[in-house]
Design a protein around this ligand. Structure first.
Ligand code: TYD
Length: 220
């Protein structure tokens, strides 16, 4: 049996750290798992990634199509084949990010975003989605270093989305919260303001239950 898990959250929620920690635990349990990251994961997707994270002016709808283009390639070339081979696939962001960022954040019609998500993925949605929830000012404090941690505020390449005003990030956070409430069977909300090790323990307890439910066991 395969299992498809996405990790979602606003900028600075710690998704990449948690995705790496989850992969370490999956591998230590002898489970054949693959980690991918949106946008990216294919040659085409990596080029799109540079474009969307850069400063080239674009309309919200053009931006949505870019994310969908990268997603379509990733689903076709990487995610579907891995699931067909009965692997566990963990993705750092997926279609829900487009609903939260381009829908709630940029104000695009949610039905349009969902329709394009469906076209890009062929309707493939994760079995489970872990939402790393943290207030945007807390999360952006991490990103920008205003909380005293090593941030990225003096980085001249600080990225387009991280430079959006706090109101944008509040709308994105509200979007993720709304999605989680609408589909409680798929979403698992984890408080991401705690220490990374504590967050990782919570994520692992969710994922290990899912593995059991899907009849997946490791070879160690
Ligand atoms: P990335 O460096 O991957 O950010 P993060 O580590 O926070 O995931 O950059 C991806 C950016 O693109 C991030 O700010 C969220 C944004 N994004 C969208 O706006 N829509 C989408 O559909 C996706 C996948 C990402």
């Amino acid at each position: 049996m395969s299992l498809f898990i996405s990790i979602e959250g606003g900028d600075g929620a710690g998704k990449s750290t948690q995705a790496d920690l989850l992969m370490t635990r999956l591998k230590a349990s002898g489970i054949d798992a693959l980690l991918v990251h949106e946008p990216g994961g294919t040659d085409f997707g990596e080029q799109v990634r540079r474009l969307v994270k850069g400063d080239v002016e674009r309309s919200p709808m053009s931006e949505l199509f870019l994310f969908e283009a990268a997603r379509a390639q990733l689903v076709q070339d990487v995610i579907r084949p891995a699931l067909a081979a009965d692997r566990v696939v963990v993705t750092d962001r997926y279609a829900d990010s487009s609903v939260a960022y381009q829908g709630f954040g940029r104000g695009l019609d949610l039905a349009d975003v969902r329709a394009l998500n469906h076209a890009a993925t062929g309707g493939l949605m994760p079995d489970a989605t872990v939402l790393l929830e943290i207030t945007p000012d807390n999360a952006l404090g991490r990103v920008n270093g205003t909380d005293g941690s090593t941030g990225r505020s003096d980085d001249p390449t600080q990225e387009r989305f991280e430079r959006e005003p706090i109101e944008f990030h509040l709308r994105v956070a509200e979007g993720f919260g709304t999605l989680a409430t609408e589909e409680p069977g798929r979403w698992f909300v984890v408080d991401a303001s705690a220490r990374p090790e504590g967050v990782a323990d919570k994520v692992w307890s969710i994922v290990s239950n899912l593995l059991t439910l899907h009849g997946i066991s490791g070879n160690v």
